[in-house]
Design a protein around this ligand. Structure first.
Ligand code: C2E
Ligand code: MG
Ligand code: MG
Ligand code: MG
Length: 279
């Protein structure tokens, strides 16, 4: 937003803006060595079947433990990484680490990784993903690549070919944050998609207005039409879970089930699920 504020020529000087620019420069500098310094790690948030409540997979979410600033969340540093090109080494690290850790989980529990458009511009990316799967000994079907619809603004041909190649290899593809931003039915027709993740803003809104409830209905029907799994993000209450269950959503993710947890807690969550299933 700093750039926009400048471009408008509207603000001459703004202390908050200056601080923001400074913070970005610092983040950029520190992020460049964060990978090698071992400051990055992944947390995992379970995605459960709506009916069974059994954990099917975990979404890998990147965290940065900064030596002075403490834990920094991706909303702060991913945009900086995207602007500076650091997203490439960072994104590669995430794929490899997620595959490596997921290979230790009991099958068929899967792992989902967030990938942005710039990563597909690197022609070696798809091969890199395949290589990570082999190295880790993880079956391709246990990996999901999550993209938001903003990837389609990169280069449609490149994206389509990359996603098709991943999918032919057995990797799943999820459309993240669906329903906000650039949502288009055409994207569902034109690209190979296995899963629709409905943006978490809907989980709240659908309980508040009839219009949003109907929108969720429509998106879930869209998912059924295209025969893809439908996951609602941001489920925080039993009421929301019941609401999407009645409307046929296949999966849920959110604080009600669990906040993102450290790698050590993944097994515990899987065991908890198993005991619930046998109970
Ligand atoms: P996302 O992919 O949509 O991930 C879900 C975000 O929603 C996570 O935030 C998660 O902690 C949060 N969340 C989950 N359940 C709930 C809930 O019930 N209520 C609320 N209010 N929030 C919930 P997080 O970890 O801060 O990540 C934010 C975003 O950063 C992600 O959104 C994703 O776009 C991006 N991100 C995270 N890790 C990576 C990564 O490795 N690579 C890239 N490119 N982006 C990443
Ligand atoms: Mg995601
Ligand atoms: Mg999401
Ligand atoms: Mg989101």
């Amino acid at each position: 937003e700093a750039k926009e504020a400048h471009g408008s020529g509207f603000r001459f000087f703004d202390a908050a803006l200056a601080a923001d620019v400074l913070a970005r420069a610092e983040i950029e500098r520190d992020l460049a060595r964060a990978i090698d310094a071992g400051e990055l790690f992944l947390e995992y948030q379970p995605i459960v079947g709506v009916e069974s409540r059994a954990v099917r997979s975990f979404e890998a979410l990147l965290r940065w433990q900064h030596p002075e600033k403490g834990r920094i969340m991706p909303a702060v540093f991913i945009p900086v990484a995207e602007k500076t090109g650091l997203i490439l080494p960072l994104g590669n690290w995430v794929v490899r680490e997620a595959c490596r850790e997921a290979a230790n989980w009991p099958a068929p529990a899967g792992v989902a990784v967030n990938v942005v458009g710039d990563q597909f511009k690197d022609s070696a990316f798809v091969d890199y993903v395949k290589q990570c799967l082999v190295e880790a000994g993880l079956a391709p079907g246990r990996l999901t690549i999550e993209v938001t619809e903003s990837v389609f603004s990169v280069d449609e041909t490149v994206i389509r070919e990359s996603l098709c190649e991943l999918r032919d290899h057995g990797v799943r593809v999820a459309l993240d944050d669906f329903g906000v931003g650039f949502s288009s039915i055409n994207n569902l027709r034109a690209f190979p998609i296995d899963q629709l993740k409905i943006d978490r803003s809907f989980a709240r809104a659908m309980m508040e207005t009839r219009r949003d409830a109907e929108l969720v209905d429509i998106i879930l029907k869209l998912g059924q039409t295209f025969q893809v799994a439908t996951t609602v993000e941001g489920i925080e209450t039993e009421g929301q879970l019941e609401f999407i269950r009645q409307r046929g959503a296949s999966e849920a993710q959110g604080f009600l089930i669990s906040a993102p947890v450290g790698a050590d807690d993944v097994r515990r969550l899987l065991l908890k699920t198993e005991s619930r299933l046998s109970a």
